[in-house]
Design a protein around this ligand. Structure first.
Ligand code: ADP
Ligand code: NA
Length: 334
């Protein structure tokens, strides 16, 4: 019933890292040519507000994220790039969904528990309601497919539950689609370079735990050289990665950067020590990331142009969301 439409968002919270690139943005770029449908990629600035960033820093990080998207290969003529706060349907639909979603559903979200930490009472209500806003981000466009990293799986299940309950409660079987997550590739969950049990994250206190898109060649090489590993050489086949999270992580990163499978990487590197593999991984990372950082710097030299791209994207996105919002208000009696 619903035409294919792709939506995804990234928070403008600074420190866009290799996990965001391989798990999300690189996938968006691949889909740009492969998926012949409307594609919306959003700087989710309202989500960033949940952690109360400094206002000037939020503005700066939002433009930097837009520059990163374009530098990675997203073409504003092919994909709509825009700020969440510039399309009012996100916030409006989120309120409707706050009244559809149940407290028990939101209480189960593990990301809230991780992000809120020990003192949950002190977390913002926004941080708690974040997954409901995420459902609104997607369903305001009746998007059908959402490319994301593994960590977003639970939020997308909540999005489906909200859509199904809305459709049932209001007797509109096809009002909102049941969204499909696209969690694909060799790097759907890139782990911290310091701790193989934690995902690479913007919010990790240690900068050595992540490779940022804007890191220079020396920083990248140093972080990979110091990445935690066990002392064994790389295994000959992927079964040998099962109990070796750090090795699995570095092989996955290599595979995603080189557009190989992990088995393909081990065909070349199996039996070799990390002292040989790590410099090769560092060279590959620098070769892929340095041009992106260079293009970001060029793009950020022309802020009015970035703002113009985002405004244009917001106009196009708002035109898709407006009838969805109108039909939704009509369905609920507003
Ligand atoms: P973060 O989790 O770093 O705060 P976001 O919540 O803005 O970043 O996530 C943006 C996208 O990047 C999402 O699709 C998310 O699933 C993906 N992502 C984030 N961290 C990782 C990771 N370590 N590995 C793979 N994908 C990730
Ligand atoms: Na995330």
């Amino acid at each position: 019933v619903h035409p294919r439409r792709v939506f995804s968002g990234v928070q403008p919270t600074g420190n866009l890292h290799l996990g965001n690139y391989l798990g999300a943005v690189k996938r968006f770029v691949q889909m740009q040519e492969e998926w012949d449908c409307e594609k919306l990629y959003c700087m989710v600035d309202l989500h960033a507000l949940t952690i109360n960033p400094d206002p000037a820093e939020l503005t700066r990080a939002t433009r930097e994220l837009a520059a990163a998207f374009i530098a990675c290969g997203l073409d504003p003529a092919k994909s709509m790039l825009f700020n969440q706060s510039r399309v009012s349907a996100h916030a409006e639909l989120a309120w409707v969904f706050n009244c559809v979603a149940r407290v028990g559903w939101v209480n189960r979200m593990t990301q809230f528990k991780e992000k809120a930490g020990k003192n949950r009472e002190a977390a913002s209500v926004g941080l708690y309601a974040y997954p409901v806003l995420m459902a609104a981000d997607i369903l305001a466009y009746r998007a059908t497919h959402v490319p994301v990293g593994e960590d977003q799986k639970q939020h997308l299940e909540l999005t489906r539950d909200i859509a199904i309950k809305f459709n049932n409660d209001y007797g509109r079987p096809n009002h909102f689609p049941e969204v499909e997550p696209l969690i694909e590739g060799a790097a759907t969950r890139v782990m911290s370079l310091r701790d193989g049990s934690k995902k690479m994250s913007k919010s990790d206190a240690s900068d050595m735990s992540r490779i940022n898109l804007t890191d220079d060649a020396d920083a990248i090489a140093q972080k990979i050289r110091k990445a935690r590993t066990d002392p064994e050489p790389l295994p000959e086949s992927i079964e040998g990665l099962a109990e070796r999270p750090e090795a699995k992580n570095l092989v996955g990163i290599y595979a995603a950067l080189a557009d190989l499978t992990p088995a393909g990487v081990l065909a070349e590197w199996g039996g070799k020590p990390f002292s040989e593999f790590k410099p090769a991984l560092a060279d590959l990372s620098v070769a892929m990331l340095a041009p992106i950082a260079g293009r970001m710097r060029e793009l950020l030299a022309d802020i009015p142009e970035i703002d113009a791209v985002l405004e244009k994207g917001a106009e196009r996105a708002a035109a898709i969301a407006a009838p969805v919002m109108a039909e939704t208000y009509e369905a609920v009696g507003l």
